[in-house]
Write a protein that binds this ligand. Structure first.
Ligand code: FE2
Ligand code: FE2
Length: 264
């Protein structure tokens, strides 16, 4: 089930909630930026494909979309990508060279329908200028978020995601503990390389986001967060490299879980 809610007058969130057994829930978000050239940011999870299209049609007619900003090529971001390309021949996909390369291994993107950006580059989409940004934390090398100069929103892709016990529509409704712990768990699970980073270099990356002073942070895996929360979001990331590394359940734990589910 995919729900929608406005994060700003001209930005809609499409969100579903995925359970991670034993750990909680992770929201999976896509976003619609309304304007003279509407942009869809990511296209939902492959497993949710049909529901995603229904939810999308409730906030915009897909024939009106002009752009898809594909933050990266993971399965929770490309669910309806090809259906949208087929339904609307005007859509172009903003991605990276690496994004095109990864997609070519499963469902190639037509080269005349991509628009390649690198971090730091701007693209003008109607009444908006979007600046590509490499987020400080990511799980796929093709990842490119962006800063929307019109709304001041930072679209951070998987960065700032959180594993939560309940998923509100507004990150401000999470307690300090739930937000911090949820973010740290997600960061250590999704980006285990964080434990190997140089602390000074990582702090500089976080400072870059602080200096951006976003009015809002829209992560693929966190409820909408007002800009006033940016320092808290960054503090959770700063704590992640030295947090306990994530270790998934092993076979013995899996068998225990299955026994609990099926009973004696
Ligand atoms: Fe990802
Ligand atoms: Fe993701």
């Amino acid at each position: 089930m995919i729900a929608t809610y406005p994060a700003a007058p001209d930005i809609d969130v499409l969100t579903s909630t995925f359970p991670i057994p034993g750990f909680g829930f992770v929201p999976v978000n896509a976003f619609v930026l309304h304007g003279s050239e509407p942009v869809l940011v990511d296209t939902g999870a492959m497993v949710d494909h049909a529901d995603f299209m229904t939810a999308l049609r409730s906030v915009i007619d897909p024939v009106d979309l002009r752009w898809i900003w594909l933050t990266h090529t993971d399965f929770d971001h490309i669910g309806s990508l090809h259906q949208l390309l087929e339904e609307n021949p005007r859509i172009r996909v903003i991605t990276t060279f690496l994004g095109v390369g990864i997609m070519s291994l499963t469902a190639p993107l037509p080269m005349d329908r991509v628009f390649l950006v690198n971090p730091g580059q701007d693209i003008t989409v109607g009444d908006r200028t979007l600046t590509a940004v490499k987020p400080p934390v990511f799980d796929n090398p093709s990842t490119t978020g962006f800063y929307d100069q019109k709304s001041g929103t930072f679209f951070s892709s998987d960065c700032f995601g959180a594993l939560l016990q309940e998923v509100p529509q507004n990150a401000a409704d999470l307690s300090d503990d739930d937000l911090r712990q949820g973010q740290v768990t997600w960061a250590t699970l999704d980006s285990p390389w964080l434990h190997k980073v140089d602390a000074g270099a990582f702090a500089k990356e976080l400072d870059g986001i602080r200096a951006m002073e976003p009015t809002m942070v829209l992560s693929s895996h966190l409820p909408a967060a007002a800009g006033a929360m940016t320092d808290r979001l960054l503090a959770s990331l700063a704590a992640s490299p030295t947090a306990h590394p994530f270790t998934g359940p092993d076979q013995a734990a899996l068998e225990q879980m299955l026994a609990q589910m099926t009973g004696p």
